[in-house]
Design a protein around this ligand. Structure first.
Ligand code: 5MM
Length: 338
């Protein structure tokens, strides 16, 4: 089992490819559709996800796709389950298994992720459907007096319990502790919070006997908040992010696949590229991507729910996937966007 987990985890970050997060829950997908006046129906979600999974050539750049519960049960119009379509394209199917966030009791303004109840049984079902990895996101907010120790510890413990259950089922857990970009905090505040969170997460993964060779870490980049007037350069963000990881992430972890968290597509690619230019030869783990918005958004804006727009939307999706594969090689440049 350990060898199988380690080999799947390696495959998830092999070949300078990365992960495509397409696991938006109904509320998140609804928000993205609503902005473009796309009806929030099961039919539209099916059509959108079919556009993504049938993009020709996507497997050149994407190693795995994170699906949502509804999506892993869906098929193309000609009756092929999405998980099968992905596998045929050389893309490993994965599944988001958390049940979303709730207010953490006693901790105003902070969240805890739910979904551990019945998880062992859910995981067994997803394995039957073809999933080979899973994903769970813990959310940490920076603000006045937060994140609190209680919030960091509760989320780290929950992530570790989830990860242990995944490995028991033969699934590689993507461990995603996200320090949010929302707010006016500085890069230094994000650096301190991210280091604290990662140290606590790896302590809990150890306590819960999680095999580090069989996980993928999905962290935030270390950035100033979106409302902070002082935004560091691409290279400064790359340095702060990798320095933080070097302090807190054991070398046994095969890959770090960043979330984009609300950055523009171009900035997410440029920052990932700078990390690889500056650290690829000496970082112990692959510096990869697991973007949702930073890969999907341009395609969604072209698609807008219209069948006729599918080929152009697929081109836009493939373009972002190619940019991010180039960023993994340290070969991305603004010229690729023209
Ligand atoms: C942080 O969100 C994850 C990465 O997406 P971005 O690259 O856009 O930041 C993403 O996988 C997220 O977890 C899913 O979109 C699902 O979110 P919800 O909140 O709907 O579970």
């Amino acid at each position: 089992m350990s060898e199988q987990l380690a080999s799947t985890a390696k495959a998830m970050v092999a070949g300078n490819k990365g992960l495509l997060a397409m696991d938006e829950s109904h509320p998140t997908c609804g928000k993205r559709f609503a902005k473009l006046d796309i009806p929030q129906t099961i039919e539209m979600r099916q059509a959108y996800r079919e556009m993504i999974v049938t993009t020709p050539g996507l497997g050149e750049c994407i190693s795995g796709a994170i699906l949502f519960d509804e999506t892993i049960r869906q098929q193309t119009k000609d009756g092929r389950p999405f998980a099968e379509v992905l596998t045929a394209a050389g893309i490993i199917p994965g599944i988001k298994v958390d049940a979303g966030t709730k207010e953490l009791a006693g901790h105003p303004g902070e969240k805890i992720t739910e979904g551990l109840d019945g998880l062992r049984e859910h995981l067994a079902e997803y394995v039957q459907m073809g999933a080979r990895f899973a994903k769970w996101r813990g959310v940490i907010t920076i603000g006045d007096g937060i994140p609190s120790r209680g919030c960091i510890q509760a989320n780290a413990h929950t992530l570790a319990r989830y990860a242990a259950l995944c490995q028991e089922a033969g699934l590689v857990p993507i461990v995603e502790p996200e320090v949010l970009m929302d707010g006016g905090h500085t890069l230094e505040q994000c650096r301190a919070a991210t280091e604290d969170v990662l140290r606590t997460v790896f302590d809990q993964l150890h306590v819960q006997r999680v095999l580090l060779e069989g996980i993928i870490l999905k962290p935030n980049m270390v950035l100033a908040g979106l409302a902070c007037p002082n935004q560091e350069t691409v290279d400064e963000v790359a340095d702060a992010t990798v320095e933080t990881l070097l302090r807190a992430v054991p070398a046994a972890v095969p890959g770090v696949a960043f979330l984009s968290g609300g950055q523009s597509s171009e900035l997410a690619s440029a920052r990932l590229n700078a990390m690889n230019v500056r650290y690829k030869s000496r970082a112990p783990w692959a510096l990869a991507f697991s973007f949702a918005r930073a890969i999907q958004q341009p395609a969604l804006e072209i698609w807008r729910g219209e069948e006729a727009n599918v080929p152009a939307a697929q081109q836009a999706l493939l373009h972002r996937a190619r940019c991010n594969r180039a960023a993994r090689r340290g070969e991305y440049s603004a010229a690729m966007e023209r």
